[in-house]
Design a binder for this molecule. Structure first.
Ligand code: 5GP
Ligand code: MG
Ligand code: MG
Length: 180
């Protein structure tokens, strides 16, 4: 385990097993609809890569980046589009692939934006869900794991751009964010 972590919450094996299940479920539920999987950069990039390998129906991918928490571990509540989709979504079944839902502000904003652009449907897939953090009424349609209200890193999730490369997910030691 990385020395900056307090404990591991999910091992690489546990994450991949759950991602495989989500892929099978999405493949069944979206058969015949050529869904557009939209990865929310950068946190969801590892999840997206593992998930799409488990999709066995025709599908497409695109990427979007929104403003992050910066170097802080708390939400600013501000959602800014840093990189938009390459193509329009009119009439498409869009699947938003997100690392973690906390306040829900990011996803509520993106969902509204995509419906405004006339997507046929917007489905939210989040690997992690922190239901206690919610500031707006939004629930992901598919969730990998529920997590406690603690700051987690690894498997795409960062603190100040670090730890995204860890193949597992754990809770960061308090002294690590107190330090910066
Ligand atoms: P929301 O808009 O739901 O508050 O925030 C969602 C985004 O905040 C996530 O996509 C992620 O980038 C960041 N975030 C929320 N909770 C955590 C956490 O526990 N760890 C990390 N690394 N990022 C988090
Ligand atoms: Mg994210
Ligand atoms: Mg971040």
């Amino acid at each position: 385990m990385h020395p900056d972590l307090e404990r591991v919450l999910f091992t690489e094996e546990q994450i991949l097993a759950r991602v495989r299940e989500l892929g099978a479920q999405l493949s069944r539920d979206f058969a015949g609809r050529n869904p557009l999987f939209v990865c929310i950069l950068k946190g969801a990039v590892l999840f997206m890569a593992d998930l799409v390998k488990r999709i066995d129906i025709p599908m497409e991918m695109d990427f979007m980046a929104t403003s992050s928490y910066g170097e802080s571990s708390k939400s600013s509540g501000v959602v800014r589009i840093l990189k938009d989709l390459d193509r329009g979504v009119e009439g498409r079944d869009v699947i938003l692939v997100e690392d973690i839902v906390d306040s829900g502000l990011t996803l509520a904003h993106l969902r509204d934006l995509l419906y405004h652009r006339r997507a046929q449907s917007v489905t939210i897939v989040a690997l992690f869900d922190k239901p206690e953090g919610r500031a707006v009424d939004i629930q992901p349609d598919y969730v990998g794991f529920q997590v406690p209200n603690e700051f987690i890193v690894g498997y795409g999730l960062d603190f100040a751009e670090r730890y995204r490369n860890l193949p597992y997910v754990g809770v960061l030691k308090r002294e690590v964010y107190a330090r910066s």
